[in-house]
Design a protein around this ligand. Sequence first.
Ligand code: SF4
Length: 220
Amino acid sequence: MNAGLLNYPVLQAADILLYRADVVPVGEDQVQHLELSRVCARRWNSLFGRLTGNKTEDGADEREQFFPEPEPLLTPTRRIMGLDGKSKMSKSMGNTIGLLETREEIWNKLRPAVTDPKRIKKTDPGTPEVCNIYHLHKAFSPVATVEHVAVQCSTAGWGCIDCKKVLAESMEQELVPIRTRAAELAATPKLIDDALGAGAERCSKLARETMDVTRDRMGF
Ligand code: SF4
């Protein structure tokens, strides 16, 4: 078995625990990996956390929770499938939509994207839940539009291209402010450097504190 299978989640746990994060924004597929970080935090606290002087509910000596057990922070759309509808959206699979892509580039990807495979003709009613375009609507469209999509799809009220046009419009509403902000930042790289510098400084301080306490408690 490849050592990476063990080392990769341990490395991920180290990246999280170093900053003593209590929540981690992840996709649904990463929740199981986060579990290892939680196990490491729990184990370390039970071995090296300072005694608080209190008792736990089951009468054991309570220890300080130096490392919080990190919780996943999931969005309502926990997993976005790729445009091929087969695997999650991933650059290496070439099935993504980039947040900074133009309206035309996005439409050129959405137009041929996979929909409900059983909806062959426009007159065939579809099943929104099996269609990735519907899930993208949930991520980008207002609730009323999502409901409208479900009705139109399941009653064959419109074709998939109509549905995708509405999605393209919803995506445009969400992505224009992101593109505008990205263009502003690209025009003033100092803003990015300053933000990264300030973040790095804050994180380095936190990481040093964590490592100092960790080494001290473990006797390194
Ligand atoms: S109408 Fe929309 S939700 Fe229904 S199958 Fe077509 S693209 Fe998917």
